[in-house]
Design a protein around this ligand. Structure first.
Ligand SMILES: Nc1ncnc2c1ncn2[C@@H]1O[C@H](COP(=O)(O)OP(=O)(O)OP(=O)(O)O)[C@@H](O)[C@H]1O
Ligand SMILES: CC(C)(CO)[C@@H](O)C(=O)[O-]
Ligand code: BAL
Length: 281
C-alpha cells in the first residue's frame, strides 16, 4: 500500500494506472477507521481495480471548534487497517496541501433546498464545507467511482447535487450502515461515549427500528410521536430531531405513499452528537 501526502505524488501514481484503463475508486474518510469504513473498501473492490482511501479531517465542515479539536486521529491504526483491507493507496494531505490559500478561501455552490434541512439546520454551512473538500478530492483523484456511507444520508444527496452542479462523471455508491451487534451505528465519534453514554446510545437504533417494524400500524405523525417518546426521561440524551422524510427531497413526509421514505435521527448522547437513519422504503 502506497502513502501519498501531496496531490502531485498521488497523480504520478495514478497516471500510468489510468493509462492502462484501470478503474479507480475513491473512499473519502476523516480517519479513525472502523468496520463501517472497511465495508466501503470491500464494496469498492467490486467496482474498481484500484482503491484510494483519503484520510483528511476537513476543518471547513466543522461548525463546533471543540468537535474538530477532539476528533480522533489514530493514524498508525488506520494505516494498518487499510493495508489489511487491501487498499491500494492512501492520500493523507495536510491542511496547506488542500487549502493552499487558507481554509477561509471562497466557496459557495447551490446545493438545493435540502442543504438547509436536518443536519444543515444544526450544523450551518456544514455541506458547503463537505462539498468543498469532496470536490478537491475528486479533482485530485478523478475516480470512476466514489463510495459513501448511508449513515450520512443527507451527505450522499448533497454530494450527488454537487456532482450535478459541476457535471462530474463519477458514479456514487451508497453503502449500507454497518452496526455494532447491539444496533449502534459504527462511527468514529463513538469512542467518546462513556459506558453510560454507550448504553444510552442504543435509543437511536431502537427508535428507528420501532418505526420500521410498526410502519403499517400507525400514521406518520403517530410513528414520529412514539419514536420521540423513547427519548423522554433518559438523562444525558438530548434529541435534535427525529423525523420521517421523503428520501429525495428530505422534506417531512406528507403521506405514506411517497416513493421513498426515510426515518432520520440526531441526538446528543452525553457530549457526543450522533446521527443514524433507516430507509423505510
Ligand atoms: N457505520 C457505518 N457504516 C457504513 N458507512 C459508514 C459508517 N460510518 C461511517 N461511514 C461512512 O464512512 C465515510 C467516512 O466517514 P467518517 O470518516 O466521517 O466516519 P464516521 O464514522 O462517520 O465519523 P463520524 O461519525 O465521527 O463523522 C462516510 O461516507 C461515512 O458515511
Ligand atoms: C466525506 C468526508 C470525508 C468529507 O470530509 C466526510 O464528510 C465524511 O467522512 O463523511
Ligand atoms: N461523517 C460526516 C462528517 C462529519 O460529521 O463531519
Amino acid at each position: 500500500m502506497e502513502i501519498f501526502k501531496t496531490k502531485s505524488a498521488l497523480e504520478a501514481f495514478l497516471k500510468p494506472l489510468k493509462a492502462s484503463k484501470k478503474k479507480i475508486a475513491l473512499v473519502p474518510t476523516m480517519g479513525a477507521l472502523h468496520n463501517g469504513h472497511i465495508s466501503l473498501i470491500e464494496l469498492a473492490k467490486t467496482y474498481a481495480d484500484i482503491i484510494v482511501c483519503s484520510i483528511f479531517v476537513n476543518p471547513t465542515q466543522f461548525t463546533d471548534p471543540k468537535d474538530l479539536e477532539k476528533y480522533p486521529r489514530p493514524i498508525e491504526h488506520d494505516l494498518a487497517m487499510l493495508n489489511e483491507a487491501g487498499c491500494s493507496g492512501v492520500f493523507m494531505p495536510n491542511i496547506a496541501e488542500m487549502y493552499p490559500q487558507g481554509a477561509d478561501e471562497n466557496w459557495h455552490i447551490d446545493l438545493g433546498k435540502a442543504e438547509f434541512l436536518l443536519e444543515g439546520e444544526f450544523r450551518k454551512g456544514h455541506y458547503q464545507g463537505v462539498t468543498q473538500i469532496v470536490k478537491k478530492l475528486f479533482d485530485a483523484v478523478e475516480p470512476d467511482v466514489a463510495m459513501f456511507g448511508q449513515k450520512d444520508f443527507q451527505q450522499v444527496l448533497m454530494i450527488k447535487n454537487m456532482l450535478a452542479y459541476f457535471h462530474l462523471p463519477i458514479k456514487i455508491i451508497t453503502c449500507p450502515i454497518i452496526r455494532e451487534d447491539d444496533g449502534l451505528a459504527m462511527s468514529s465519534r463513538n469512542i467518546h461515549l462513556s459506558p453510560v453514554d454507550r448504553e444510552n446510545s442504543l435509543v437511536l437504533s431502537k427508535s428507528l427500528q420501532y418505526v420500521t417494524d410498526h410502519f403499517n400500524e400507525f400514521s406518520l405523525d403517530e410513528l414520529e410521536e412514539k419514536a420521540k417518546r423513547f427519548y423522554q426521561g433518559i438523562e444525558g440524551v438530548e434529541l435534535d430531531y427525529f423525523t420521517i422524510v421523503n428520501g429525495d427531497t428530505l422534506e417531512k413526509a406528507k403521506s405514506k405513499n411517497e416513493n421513498s421514505l426515510v426515518a432520520l435521527v440526531a441526538a446528543k448522547v452525553g457530549a457526543t452528537r450522533l446521527i443514524d437513519n433507516m430507509i423505510i422504503k
